[in-house]
Design a binder for this molecule. Structure first.
Ligand code: RIB
Ligand code: CA
Length: 317
């Protein structure tokens, strides 16, 4: 038997985070050591509650650690309710979880877990990079001890989703993203270039396996998500992107994407470009690449694995 890849998920649950949590917890190739939470799609109290609820629905035992409530600079404000609803799960009624988050902050847990297994752990960040930035600021030695950070975030050669050029997870705390991207830690960027290429459809949502414990909640949540991504489109023909699950898939198997090593910086100041991931494509400038950027994805291969694992039918129409 092959050894599983030890990972920690950092989430702001969120509808696509919820799917990513299930996808990771049911993975035959990943061992989820813990889950850390951050503000983002909702406030951190709600993203933590949603995370605990998803872990309970998965019927898997994994500890959850609550993290940052605000970005490094400034304060969180609701921004994603149009896509994730007022409770973060498309207003689907969710049972209050029976367990709570552990009594250790996300950044403290990250530090302890990484020091415990130096060079082994892959972090899969599906939210703002605030928790990791805090951990790296508190203990810069972690940079050499993290195997890789797979970041769902950024937009290398395509437009943004919050502003014309900025993706939500970078835009929501560009100062934290700057700390991580400048730290020297190995980064794989799973940005909108690839996540917008992997979609779930109405037909798949409607035909989600009725026997799964999460089916009722996820059908309702995904109906909301499909509406948000397809304003004015009648139910039946809608599609919406699986941002966070794709990052989990890349942590499992990077061969899903064509990847280029590139120099990527984070815009922190610009009045209309704040949160942009700026990729230097000038071949004549001697820059050391700091990020493995996913440029294209084998969407059918990812979707087939994702659907099979979570109980969705494989064909979208
Ligand atoms: O831009 C998409 C990302 O922003 C996803 O992680 C989504 O959950 C939100 O956090
Ligand atoms: Ca997310």
């Amino acid at each position: 038997m092959t050894t599983k890849i030890p990972v920690i998920l950092d989430v702001d649950t969120g509808i696509d985070d919820a799917l990513a949590i299930l996808y990771a917890l049911f993975s035959p190739r990943l061992q989820v050591l813990g889950i850390t939470t951050c503000f983002g799609n909702e406030n951190v109290t709600n993203t933590t509650r949603n995370t605990l609820a998803m872990v309970e629905m998965a019927q898997v035992s994994v500890s959850v650690y609550q993290g940052a409530a605000d970005p490094l600079v400034g304060q969180w404000a609701p921004q994603a309710e149009a896509f994730h609803g007022e409770n973060g799960l498309g207003n689907a009624p969710i049972e209050e979880p029976h367990t709570g988050a552990k009594n250790l902050s996300a950044s403290e847990y990250l530090r302890a877990a990484i020091l415990d297994r130096p060079g082994e752990i892959t972090l899969v960040t599906l939210a703002r990079l605030t928790n990791l930035a805090i951990a790296l600021k508190n203990d810069p030695s972690l940079v050499q001890k993290i195997r890789r950070v797979v970041v769902m975030g950024g937009a290398a050669f395509v437009g943004g989703n919050v502003t014309p050029v900025s993706e939500a997870n970078i835009w929501g705390d560009p100062d934290a993203a700057w700390v991580v991207f400048h730290s020297g830690v190995p980064i794989t960027m799973v940005g909108l270039d690839v996540t917008m290429q992997v979609n779930i459809s109405d037909r798949q949502v409607q035909n989600l396996d009725p026997k799964r414990p999460y089916t009722k909640v996820m059908r309702q949540a995904l109906d909301f998500y499909l509406s948000a991504y397809n304003p004015g489109v009648v139910s039946g023909t809608r599609q919406a992107p699986l941002h966070d699950p794709l990052a989990v898939a890349v942590a499992e198997d990077p061969t899903l994407c064509a990847i280029s090593d590139l120099s990527v910086d984070i815009e922190r100041e610009g009045t209309i470009t704040r949160g942009m991931t700026v990729v230097d494509q000038r071949g004549w400038v001697d820059l050391t690449p700091n990020v493995a950027v996913c440029r294209t994805v084998d969407a059918p291969r990812f979707l087939s694995d994702f659907c099979q694992r979570l109980g969705f039918p494989m064909t979208s129409d």
